[in-house]
Design a protein around this ligand. Structure first.
Ligand code: ADP
Ligand code: MG
Ligand code: ZN
Length: 560
């Protein structure tokens, strides 16, 4: 072995057969091998498994790997054994012989990696067995499963912190979920609040083409997208179980190989679909989000969303299943006002506490901002994850920059209506005021006397909704979670309101809007409350000083 090569790199080649580390892997492997507590956040397909498998071989004793899915564990154990590594798993799917062999290897000290299903932690037996073995590291895969409000929550993950304290060994946690709250939850629950060394590896997946489309005729839009990619493996994510079946049927009728997958199916049937998808070429799976973590097919060529995902994180994870092999992959996400309403009510009717709900509305708002972005979509997506980027040249908005129009007057009218009603109302009521609709709510509150009453008649209701959505996406107004989505302004709105700054809106989105669109309800995160109350005081003063124009004169022309 040549002396000038680090042992990690030698093992990378000799054991795993890779020529070089992927970005970030080298540093993480080193920190984990040195026995640091580590939290590593890497996108799906970034190569997280290697970041604990390789250090496990560099350390003496055995590494315990906690992983949420039996299928993932089995795949990894198989791969490691093929590479000549002593690895075993203890899961409910084991035969007695398998379990005996694992116990023996653990006792005689030959086992290097022990994959453990989280349920095993619930029994005192497993904890005692581990206390007697020479455990030198705990690796937690899919660490976001410890987050109580995430959709992958696994209650048994909450026992991992206890195991770490009992064994008193370093812990390395891995996830692709980037948001700050989930990270904080991981640190609290897995590391007992002691900050681990954290690695955040770039979130860009340059081979994935990004695109959104307003939902017009969803079935047709999905069929057209699939048609242009005939024979390629793809996933269509759907909001409901019924829809997975309906779209799969339509695709089959159109000559595609397609099937459905959702949580209401028997475990055996689900496994059969996973198996088919992994082994068959060009199968399309129409699925709910239940088709998730276990899918690690490298050559998924496209992902389409028939319905809007629930948050920007969910969007990123779901499109991230495409193109793990690094070859070009395409995505397309449909969204419409019904999706927004559905997602909002799912959040409001969920079991999460109010502060969590407000944060979930914020994550949905971020996704809407992405859906209605003006410039490069990838730039907006990466900015959400805290990464600065140049326009990518590889998204729908870079391909065809959207036409814009000067929306300053419309935005000022909308802001003025919000301000003159004390920032106490949602888009629906504000639009009634702008349109001059004498609803009960309008007359009861005397809002028909406002100078802004009826000044916005040149736009249709749906067009106003498109204006409000874009204002929300641009963070000019935020829905207040505490007050049923009352819209409050942010600092960014003030220069526009005062006429010091102009704003461009997307022509296509306003142009497509029709009168049929339902109102948008919305909310805001709690962290914003102090900022907003300060802002509000400032703006009240502004309004009282009558510096806000009344907009009684609005040119009698449409905005587009
Ligand atoms: P993650 O868990 O981050 O989604 P995986 O650990 O499943 O990613 O790795 C994704 C794919 O990348 C796997 O097929 C793996 O073998 C491959 N891989 C990981 N590290 C490297 C590397 N350094 N060079 C080449 N391929 C790699
Ligand atoms: Mg993984
Ligand atoms: Zn772009």
């Amino acid at each position: 072995m040549p002396r000038d090569v680090a042992p990690a790199e030698v093992m990378l080649k000799d054991v795993f057969g890779f020529d070089a580390f992927r970005p970030g892997q080298g540093e993480i492997v080193e920190a984990v091998a040195q026995g640091r507590n580590v939290l590593a956040i890497m996108p799906t397909g970034g190569g997280k498994s290697l970041c604990f498998q390789l250090p496990a071989l560099m350390r003496q004793g055995v590494t315990v790997v906690i992983s949420p899915l039996i299928a993932l564990m089995r795949d990894q154990v198989r791969g490691l054994r093929e590479a000549g590594v002593a690895a075993g798993a203890l899961t409910s799917g084991n035969t007695e012989e398998e379990t005996d062999a694992v116990f023996r290897a653990l006792q005689d000290g030959s086992l290097k990696l022990l994959y453990l299903a989280p349920e095993r932690l619930a029994s005192g037996g497993a904890q005692r067995m581990l206390a007697q073995a020479n455990v030198s590291l705990i690796a937690v895969d899919e660490a976001h499963c410890v987050s109580q409000w995430g959709y992958d929550f696994r209650p048994d993950y909450l026992r991992i912190g206890e195991l770490r304290r009992a064994l008193d060994v370093p812990l390395a946690a891995f996830t692709a979920t980037a948001d700050a709250e989930t990270q904080a939850e991981i640190v609290t629950r897995l590391f007992g609040g002691d900050a681990p060394q954290t690695f955040l590896r770039g979130f860009d997946r340059p081979n994935i083409h990004l695109a959104f489309q307003p939902k017009d005729s969803p079935r047709k839009q999905i069929m057209a997208f699939a048609d242009a990619r005939r024979g390629q493996a793809g996933i269509v994510y759907c909001g409901t179980r019924a829809k997975t079946e309906g779209i799969a049927r339509a695709l089959r009728e159109d000559g595609h190989e397609a099937t459905h997958y959702h949580g209401g199916m028997e475990a055996d049937d689900r496994r059969a679909v996973e198996e088919r998808f992994a082994t068959e070429d060009g199968l399309i799976v129409c699925a709910t989000i239940a088709f998730g973590m276990g899918v690690d097919k490298p050559d998924i060529r496209w992902v389409a969303h028939a319905d809007l995902p629930k948050s920007i994180e969910a969007y990123y994870q779901e499109i991230g299943r495409a193109g793990r092999d690094g070859a070009p992959a395409e995505t397309m996400t449909l969204y419409g006002p019904e999706d927004i309403r559905l997602r909002r009510s799912q959040i409001d009717e969920g079991l999460a506490p109010p502060e969590r709900r407000a944060a979930d509305h914020g994550r949905l708002n971020a996704l809407l901002g992405l859906a209605e972005a003006l410039g490069c979509r990838r730039q907006v997506l990466l900015a959400y994850f805290g990464e600065a980027a140049e326009p990518c040249g590889h998204c729908d908005l870079c391909d065809t920059p959207p036409k814009t129009f000067d929306g300053t007057e419309a935005v000022r009218m909308a802001l003025s209506a919000a301000l003159r009603t004390g920032e106490n109302f949602g888009a629906g009521h504000l639009i009634d005021i702008l349109l001059g609709n004498e609803t009960d709510k309008v007359s009861q509150r005397g809002h028909d006397k406002l100078p802004t009453f009826g000044v916005g008649k040149s736009l249709k209701r749906g067009q106003w909704q498109a204006v409000f959505r874009q204002m929300m996406g641009r963070d000019l107004i935020r829905p207040d979670g505490e007050r049923h989505g009352a819209l409050v302004m942010t600092d960014a709105a003030l220069p526009i309101l005062r006429g010091e700054q102009t704003i461009a809106l997307r022509h296509d989105l306003v142009d497509r809007a029709t009168d049929r669109r339902p109102a948008v309800r919305a909310m805001v995160s709690d962290e914003d409350a102090p900022l907003l109350s300060a802002l509000k005081a400032k703006r009240r003063a502004l309004a009282e000083a009558a510096r806000v124009p009344a907009y009684v004169i609005f040119p009698d022309r449409t905005l587009i």
